[in-house]
Design a protein around this ligand. Structure first.
Ligand SMILES: [Zn+2]
Length: 537
């Protein structure tokens, strides 16, 4: 996802406060991996639709293939209540279904056997409504008055415009997307274009093949009057789409994509969706990480909506949306959080990837400046990880504190060769997988041979930062130190003393004392490498 502008933050905080109350039925239906979701494993979608821009109307079907994991007669799918279910077929048999809010429970006449592979055709139609922060699906016009239809439905859910199993834990292995639109328009979706058919009735169908697992909210329509240009990085295709009027601006701005791709591949390993290629597509909203079809609306200017995003003079050196949304190809699209509670696996990591990009392009000093610029956006009011299974989106700390935490973790590892190897191993180990924070912590503990669990727990499952408490005994030139933290047994090395000659100490929650040649007023803590509070007595 992309970040809200700061002006939205008060609204967002109110919404989050409301979300702390008991989950509503709609949140359980949407957020819980309940028995009729858990009883099956998605194999593929084949979404075949006709989009009528004049009537703002969609009609079509999704053929959903899945394997039963246990014998059962019912599965849970989702489609927003304002869209019609026309019929649901299993072969030639019309299936019964029950709708509750945005959920559709589908019932089979006889129990489906465990391990059996099933295919159902879900026919639907209607006029989807714009909803959510980025519209969900928008039927707009571009500045020249031509139709411009786009989707951006993270959060609200893909079921705002098409029927699917709308959760994050289970992804299809691959997908077909067939989109029929008026002849004068172009659809740019995810994956590889494998066919374009004139239907003879004023409509043309675009057939896209997605060769990888994909989360529902990444499935994207971008229908407009697009111009196209392309580039290559080795055998990776890079395709760019913009409105005709913006061609020169786009050619200039999108030239940042190639060096960015090289930097990300260097630090995080090969681009995960090589067979589908990389695309960058102009849209009317600020941007979104749609898999292999990253969407862009950052006004062809550096920074974020022309602002210095972290406020320390580094953001204006690059286009924030290109970098942040493309980073999600590794963090969010390839490695996906199984529950929105753990969404820092997308947002904290994508934000940290911005810092890595800055380091690759402009050096370590700028990277530290950029990373620490994010401190001004952190609230430390609630833990980054929220309650599971109730559709509770974490606070904005998941982005900024998430990135500052990963920068801290790098300092704890304190060996860059090892750190970059860990980054590549992490991306390779969990490629195309859906994970929870526990999986990630287990990986880091195992690969480093360290017990990092208390550190992960303090930063992700507690609101407050760990505080380094210092007590100076000037008479004998010594300093006592300990961590003040919520997590029992919290222990983390930290660098103290003089900036030119840091000394690494290993505080725990018990007091320890050391001699120091540095006077109290000159005694520093490396707070740009470790995101912590310091209490001086
Ligand atoms: Zn994001």
């Amino acid at each position: 996802m992309l970040l809200p502008q700061l002006t939205y933050l008060p609204v967002l905080l109110v919404a989050l406060a409301a979300a702390q109350t008991l989950p509503q039925r709609a949140d359980i239906l949407r957020g819980e991996y309940g028995p009729w979701r858990a009883n099956n494993d998605l194999l593929s979608y084949d979404l075949d639709i006709r989009v009528d821009p004049e009537k703002k109307f969609i009609r079509g079907k999704n053929t959903i293939r899945f394997k039963m994991l246990k014998e059962d007669t019912r599965i849970q799918l989702d489609l927003f209540a304002n869209l019609n279910v026309d019929k649901i077929l299993s072969g030639s048999t019309e299936l019964k279904y029950t709708r509750e809010l945005n959920t559709v429970f589908v019932d089979f006449p006889a129990a489906l056997k465990r391990n059996s592979v099933q295919a159902i055709e879900f026919y639907y139609s209607g006029s989807p409504q714009e909803a959510g922060r980025f519209g969900g699906i928008s039927f707009r016009k571009d500045p020249a008055g031509r139709h411009w239809i786009t989707t951006a439905c993270e959060g609200i859910g893909a079921s705002v415009w098409w029927p699917n199993k709308d959760q994050q834990r289970d992804e299809v292995e691959n997908m077909r997307l067939r989109v029929a639109i008026p002849n004068n328009l172009t659809d740019v979706s995810n994956g590889r274009l494998v066919g374009k058919t004139d239907l003879g009735d004023g409509f043309t169908r675009y057939d896209w093949a997605i060769h990888y697992p994909i989360n529902n909210y990444c499935v994207s329509l971008n229908i407009g009057s697009y111009e196209h240009f392309s580039d290559k990085l080795g055998d990776l295709t890079m395709d760019f789409y913009c409105l005709p009027e913006n061609l020169e601006k786009a050619k200039r701005q999108f030239s940042q994509a190639k060096p960015m791709m090289e930097a990300f591949q260097k630090y995080f390993g090969e681009y995960p969706f090589r067979q589908d290629g990389y695309k960058l597509i102009e849209v009317p909203y600020s941007g979104m990480e749609h898999q292999s079809a990253v969407t862009y609306g950052n006004r062809f200017a550096n920074g974020y909506l022309e602002r210095d995003w972290t406020g320390v003079g580094v953001s204006l050196k690059f286009d924030f949306i290109i970098v942040h949304e493309s980073a999600h190809e590794w963090f969010g699209n390839s490695i996906t959080a199984s529950d929105v509670s753990d969404q820092w696996i997308h947002e904290g990591w994508a934000t940290y990837a911005e810092c890595v990009y800055v380091e690759a392009m402009f050096g370590r000093e700028d990277a530290l400046k950029y990373t620490n610029g994010y401190k001004s956006k952190v609230r430390n009011r609630q833990p980054i990880i929220t309650a599971r299974g109730v559709n509770q989106t974490p606070s904005q700390d998941q982005y900024f504190k998430g990135a500052l935490f990963l920068n801290t973790l790098r300092s704890v590892i304190d060996n860059d060769t090892r750190w970059w190897r860990l980054m590549r191993d992490y991306c390779r180990t969990f490629r195309y997988r859906n994970i929870l924070t526990e999986d990630l912590v287990h990986f880091f503990n195992e690969r480093t041979g360290m017990n990092l669990s208390p550190i992960f727990d303090q930063y992700l499952r507690q609101a407050a930062l760990p505080a380094l408490e210092l007590r100076f005994q000037e008479g004998d030139g010594s300093v006592s130190y300990r961590w003040k933290a919520d997590v029992k047994d919290f222990a983390m090395p930290v660098k103290v003393g003089r900036k030119t000659d840091w000394q690494t100490i290993h505080p725990t929650t018990e007091w320890m004392t050391m001699k120091t040649g540095v006077k109290k007023e000159e005694f520093e803590v490396a707070t740009d490498q470790y995101y912590i509070d310091v209490i001086r007595n």
